[in-house]
Design a protein around this ligand. Structure first.
Ligand SMILES: Cc1ncc(COP(=O)(O)O)c(C=O)c1O
Length: 417
């Protein structure tokens, strides 16, 4: 059995990751063999993970030039990259189109740039997808994660912006080859994916589209065992879409992030102190909420394990972080064993939108990352040092002659002799 890492540390369990990727692959192979499984880089862009996905044949799903360049640096060929998001630069968009990436446009300037490129390449028929702006609440009330009434992503069919984009592209000789339907949802239910497929189906019929791909996006729930399964999602999507597309001709693209990487990652912390303040017990740890709930908005309790010798319990314990923020509190433990200095707390299922949201330097640098196989524990990222932090930055170097500095600044800076 591999050892435990020094804390604080993130640990990626490789057998669990293997099982999630295999299950999604199997669901697609069974339900829609002509499909692309792509991994959403933004969810967790740990280089080890990106190279793992590449070796498993999973495509990259990226939403910025920088993520695109990271995919290239990780050895993904351009024709294994799905390029989404509204912030593409003209040069990267053009290169992606010419080099065979799957490109879904998400802003008007991208439409104009694609039309411009088509004008420069009269011998080539460019093919693009369009992100669709649709209201998940109309189909599944209460599912939207947007704080205001509408989502800001994609081209809206009702305002005429989708048809305007189609017209500009078609006039320039560009083929509308795909629709991109991604929406996050509150419950990640099958109904949301059925709704996404239904909107796509209506557009395919009403706009008479002949598509190479329907990109249904990410937002799946990654159940360890239990419902819904990846196969349940693929079946539901297929049931709706096969009325209007031939699955042998039109590819289904999926872009899971959290569904693949949330569960396989755990976070290990140690207790560094226990403080009693009136009736409240604070357990101070070498972790911070910034490590595993960086947006401070998690409502569900963490799944955890306590590694302690304690046998007696306390009615409540507040697990706190090491930073100076009062609300850096990770959880309240009700009726749990009384933790003591040196005990270990393991937080489970923390791989999605945690490592990628770490501040580069806030009191501490982000923790080390390990991957665990059946046989070993391997460090794949070390905790960055002050040298890593200052590298590539400019600052005013310290004066060699401290006497001069002291003369200018006052006697309290005089070097001790
Ligand atoms: C376009 C797109 N695809 C895929 C994902 C991945 O979503 P999730 O991690 O919920 O699977 C996101 C995340 O918001 C996204 O914006």
């Amino acid at each position: 059995m591999p050892q435990q890492p020094p804390t604080p540390a993130l640990v990626l369990d490789v057998p669990k990751l293997d099982s999630f990727v295999t299950r999604f692959e199997d669901a697609l192979a069974e339900g829609w063999p002509n499909s692309i499984l792509s991994y959403s880089f933004k969810t967790n862009a740990l280089p080890w993970l990106l190279s793992y996905m590449r070796d498993r044949g999973v495509w990259a799903e990226v939403v910025s030039d920088t993520e695109y360049e990271l995919a290239l640096a990780m050895g993904y060929a351009p024709d294994r990259i799905v390029y989404n998001g509204p912030i593409k630069s003209r040069d990267r968009l053009w290169a992606a189109l010419v080099q065979g990436s799957v490109v879904n446009l998400d802003s008007k300037r991208e439409v104009l740039w694609t039309a411009e490129l088509a004008g420069q390449l009269p011998e080539t028929t460019l093919a693009v997808g369009l992100r669709v702006n649709w209201d998940v609440n109309v189909y599944c009330p209460g599912e939207s994660t947007s704080t205001s009434a509408h989502s800001r992503f994609g081209f809206n069919p009702d305002s005429g912006e989708l048809d305007a984009a189609i017209a500009v592209l078609t006039d320039a000789g560009v083929r509308i080859a795909g629709l991109h339907m991604h929406r996050n949802s509150q419950t990640q239910s099958i109904a949301v994916f059925r709704a996404a497929a239904t909107v796509a189906k209506e557009l395919i019929s009403s706009r008479n589209l002949n598509l190479d791909w329907v990109d249904i996006g990410g937002g799946f729930f990654g159940a360890e065992d239990g419902q819904p399964t990846f196969a349940d999602y693929v079946t539901a999507i297929r049931e709706v879409l096969e009325d209007v597309v031939d699955p042998a001709e039109t590819q289904l693209i999926v872009e899971p992030g959290g569904a693949l990487i949330a569960v396989p990652v755990e976070f290990h912390a140690s207790v560094i102190d226990v403080k009693q303040v009136n009736d409240q017990t604070f357990v101070v740890t070498d972790a911070s909420r910034t490590n595993i709930d960086p947006l401070f908005r998690r409502k569900r309790p963490f799944q955890y394990e306590l590694q302690t010798e304690a046998t007696e319990t306390r009615p409540t314990q507040t697990i706190g972080g090491f930073t100076c923020m009062e609300d850096d509190r990770l959880m309240e433990l009700p009726d749990e064993r009384a933790l003591a200095t040196g005990d270990r707390i393991i937080f489970y299922k923390v791989g999605a939108y945690t490592m990628s949201f770490q501040p580069q330097f806030f009191i501490e640098s982000p923790p080390a990352v390990y991957v665990r196989t059946h046989a070993e524990l391997i460090q794949v990222r070390s905790k960055s040092t002050v040298q890593d932090y200052v590298q590539g930055q400019r600052w005013i170097p310290a004066k060699d002659n401290l006497d001069d500095a002291a003369n200018g600044m006052g006697p309290w800076l005089a070097p001790s002799r």
